[in-house]
Design a protein around this ligand. Structure first.
Ligand code: ATP
Length: 354
């Protein structure tokens, strides 16, 4: 099923939770709604589900306006962060629940239910837990059962609200890979809410970045990470060094350093540089670049992260270099270095004066 939301607005009192949001979710794709707490992710998901009604705008399911369609008629499956499985029912009965409460005409036979639940438990690789009760399961197992339960009614859309939010980091990582594999098998159009950028970038086909009720950017993980559309996206998706200043005649002047920024108009602006887009060298008199002192180095696996302090204004700059390079440089704390951007992005607020 395809999903489209068109010009959705939603207020809670004076608070604007969704501000004219329009998005398309193609058939079979896994989309992440990503953004800081309170930006409207859950509200958007609830509008799609029919649990919340937008003040204006529409939700289209397979191209048809679903505004008057009840939650049950939208054929959506849900998984929430704290999914309340029925504690007094076995895993098997929890998964069977949605099938048993179907109207008599559509209700499968006992034999069909048994087979279906068995298949679903195999799909989530927990068939061996069929007779247990939810309190006897780990958090990760509970979420997988919640997913099996959501899938039992063959939803045409799967909506997941921070499905792994309550789990510890290691289990989360395992489950998000598992979710990706499951999605590749089933191809159900799916939307999941997360505030974890790594989770969104790793799992989703497309990422919707939200901020204060509006969409900042929509794109593949590669697009949003490598070509952020706004300073907000830059800052939200990973660490970034920001140099504020003024752009004039192709040069950004920022507190003692200058960057070439051909092709931008004049005005207040800032250069955004990712830590791995900085080149680091030992300082030599006359060397071009920003002069810094090494404050701290932290090598993990193939990368070394350097905290550098500018000698002229104490700004902290973060650089990431390969561990090989780090070893070759043989750096000591306090050592003077010089850094230069290999790649940067400039945002100019044209007409604004620094
Ligand atoms: P989080 O990651 O914290 O869950 P979110 O991006 O999912 O955040 P929403 O739950 O969509 O954010 O909420 C958006 C804003 O709307 C928040 O400021 C929230 O307080 C407000 N809000 C949500 N539901 C209601 C409600 N029923 N009544 C009043 N305000 C609400």
């Amino acid at each position: 099923m395809t999903i489209a939301v068109k010009n959705i607005n939603k207020r809670f009192g004076d608070f604007v939770a969704l501000d004219n949001v329009s998005l398309d979710f193609p058939q079979g794709e896994l989309t992440a709604l990503l953004g800081p707490s309170g930006c409207g992710k859950t509200t958007l998901l609830r509008c799609i589900a029919g649990l919340e009604h937008p003040d204006s705008g529409s939700v289209l399911l397979d191209g048809e306006d679903a505004s008057d369609r009840h939650v049950r008629e939208r054929q959506v499956g849900f998984v929430f962060q704290h999914y309340a499985l029925f504690k007094h029912m076995t895993v098997f009965e929890n998964v069977a629940f949605g099938l048993r409460v179907k109207p008599r005409k559509e209700r499968p036979s006992e034999e069909q239910i048994r087979r279906k639940v068995k298949d679903l438990l195999e799909l989530v690789q927990l068939d061996w837990l069929a007779d247990r009760y939810p309190p006897q399961l780990s958090g990760g197992q509970r979420q997988r059962i919640a997913l099996a339960r959501a899938l039992a009614v063959e939803p045409r859309v799967l909506l997941l609200d921070e499905p792994f939010g309550a789990l510890d980091a290691k289990v989360r990582k395992e489950l998000r890979r598992w979710l990706r594999r499951l999605h590749d098998e089933l191809h159900v159009t799916s939307i999941f809410v997360t505030h974890d950028q790594e989770e969104a970038l790793e799992v989703a086909d497309r990422v919707v970045l939200m901020n204060k009720g509006h969409v900042e950017q929509l794109g593949s993980p590669d697009e949003v990470y490598n070509h952020p559309a706004s300073p907000f996206v830059y800052g939200f998706l990973g660490n970034v060094n920001v140099f504020h200043g003024r752009v004039h005649e192709g040069v950004l002047a920022s507190d003692g350093v200058e960057f070439d920024v051909e092709g931008h108009g004049s005005g207040k602006g800032a250069a955004y540089i990712r830590p791995h887009d900085l080149e680091v060298e030992r300082y030599e008199p006359g060397a071009e670049g920003i002069v810094v002192k090494l404050r701290r180095a932290h090598a993990i696996g193939p990368l070394a992260q350097l905290d550098l302090e500018r000698t002229d204004n104490a700004q902290i700059i973060e650089a990431t270099i390969s561990n090989e390079r780090y070893i070759a440089l043989n750096l000591k704390d306090g050592e003077t270095l010089v850094v230069r951007p290999k790649r940067l992005r400039v945002f100019v607020d044209e007409g604004a004066h620094a």
